[in-house]
Design a binder for this molecule. Structure first.
Ligand SMILES: Nc1ncnc2c1ncn2[C@@H]1O[C@H](COP(=O)(O)OP(=O)(O)OP(=O)(O)O)[C@@H](O)[C@H]1O
Ligand SMILES: [Mg+2]
Length: 251
């Protein structure tokens, strides 16, 4: 479980996050949703230690992340898998080298053990036999799957995915969503996903936090989101043609 409380963050004069309190459970895919610019990526970067908050506390299973010394933070980071917005792979490395990268950085495995683990992870995302391909030879959906394989290579306890299916067609996006939920349940990972994709929200939104202008505006799940939102949340979810139709249908 991850618990963050009273998180504040400003860049120069701009207050980006204000008094954020969130709780993410293990074995669950927890969603952070919100408009572009609402602060989702900044919050995720604070949670993984890429930004320091101005104030606030972050607990990873009762371990105080903010109070940790740099070497303790580095140890905890080894328990974290991260899928960055844009899903960036290392362009000059093969699929196999990409997935092996965190193992080479953080594990004491022999090369054979690493290769076994890479093959296992690639198989888990249905990309066996893609080892020797370069990122330029992959489709968008394959890139995301390689990024997921790399993020789970180290057996993370915590998995952070920033817009994991952006830029994909709805069907491929669905495959990625399902994969994340399956892996989360299978390995009891505490997973946090940033998204503004309503398909993903309605599909995998068991625990949803809606961020509006840097503040938590609503919490709930996919069952309640269409019925008892705030005006700001309704404005967000009923902004696409599809959700407008749902709203019309509800009336
Ligand atoms: N390193 C930075 N320096 C200054 N301002 C930043 C920095 N990173 C983010 N911001 C600002 O913080 C605000 C929130 O940005 P953030 O990237 O968290 O939005 P987001 O919710 O992830 O949006 P999107 O859905 O488009 O990814 C934006 O106004 C952005 O300009
Ligand atoms: Mg973002």
């Amino acid at each position: 479980m991850i618990r963050a409380c009273n998180i504040y963050k400003s860049f120069r004069e701009q207050q980006v996050l204000e008094d954020i309190c969130v709780e993410f459970r293990s074995g669950k895919t927890n969603l952070i949703i919100g408009k572009s610019g609402s602060g989702k990526t900044v919050l995720m970067k604070i949670l993984v230690g890429l930004h320091d908050p101005d104030r606030g506390s972050i607990l990873f299973d009762d371990r105080d992340f903010i109070a940790m010394k740099p070497n303790e933070k580095n140890l905890l980071r080894q328990e974290i898998g991260m899928l960055f917005q844009g899903g960036a792979l290392f362009d000059s490395m093969t699929v196999e080298q990409n997935v092996m990268f965190p193992l080479a950085m953080f594990s004491n495995m022999s090369w054979e053990e690493r290769l076994d683990r890479v093959n296992f992870c690639l198989q888990r995302v249905n990309l066996e036999n893609a080892n020797k391909l370069m990122p330029s030879e992959l489709s968008g959906g394959m890139v995301k799957r390689v990024a997921i394989a790399r993020a789970i290579a180290n057996n993370p306890k915590y998995l952070f995915c920033d817009e994991p299916n952006s830029g994909l067609d709805p069907k491929t996006a669905d495959v990625i969503d399902h994969l994340i939920v399956e892996i989360t349940e299978e390995y009891n990972i505490t997973t946090v996903v940033n998204t503004h994709d309503m398909n993903s929200v309605l599909q995998m939104g068991e625990h949803i936090v809606y961020i509006h202008e840097g503040k938590v505006n609503w919490r709930g799940d996919k069952e309640t989101i269409l019925h008892d939102g705030t005006p700001e949340l309704d404005d967000f979810i009923f902004s696409t043609a599809l959700t407008k139709r749902i709203k019309k249908h509800k009336r």
